[in-house]
Design a protein around this ligand. Structure first.
Ligand code: NI
Length: 182
């Protein structure tokens, strides 16, 4: 067969040659164990597989509309984050809040809060950040804080997956289960 230089061949041709060469070398037994990937057998699939960067595993939230008003209508619990999307190791969570949350710190994670409905406060030891709908704040890692709302507010939180909502403290009332998806 001479010297085959795969780099110069179309992939389909390369795999055809490879299959033939394996069959010639090892006989019929190879047919039952040797499989050419479907995207090499199907020219259209092969082109797509070559052009698109297909993630190894898609998240359920990818590539469709996520309506936040609708999502907020699906639960009533307060201080119990609900995950509506995951990306790059981060989670987008929806939280209904009312009252005052305990003081706490997240050792290594920054935390972002965006208000969707109502009035919401993020309190630090030296200041209070007041937020209304469409406003957001980032709480830096290691900075002690607590959140509060006089009337019920709806808030979006963005932070790495696996972050405990009460950070470095455990609270019987406020520490919530992690990774609860809507
Ligand atoms: Ni926090």
């Amino acid at each position: 067969m001479g010297v085959v230089r795969p780099a110069r061949l179309e992939r389909a041709t390369f795999w055809f040659v490879a299959k033939r060469s394996i069959q010639l070398s090892y006989g019929r037994l190879t047919r039952s164990v040797y499989r050419i990937p479907s995207h090499f057998r199907n020219p259209t699939a092969m082109r797509l597989a070559t052009v698109r960067r297909v993630p190894p595993k898609w998240d359920w939230s990818a590539m469709h509309t996520i309506n936040l008003t609708e999502k907020f209508s699906l639960f009533q619990e307060q201080w119990r984050p609900k995950v509506v999307a995951r990306l790059n190791g981060q989670e987008v969570k929806l939280i209904k809040v009312q009252g005052v949350f305990p003081w706490h710190t997240h050792g290594t994670e920054d935390e972002m809060f965006l208000v969707w409905r109502g009035e919401f406060r993020v309190e630090f030891r030296d200041r209070v950040v007041r937020l209304g709908p469409g406003e957001m704040v980032v709480v830096p890692a290691g900075v002690e804080h607590r959140t509060a709302a006089d009337e019920e507010a709806e808030v979006l939180c963005f932070e790495p997956a696996g972050v405990r909502n009460t950070g470095d403290i455990e609270d019987a009332q406020f520490t919530a289960p992690q990774g609860v998806a809507l």
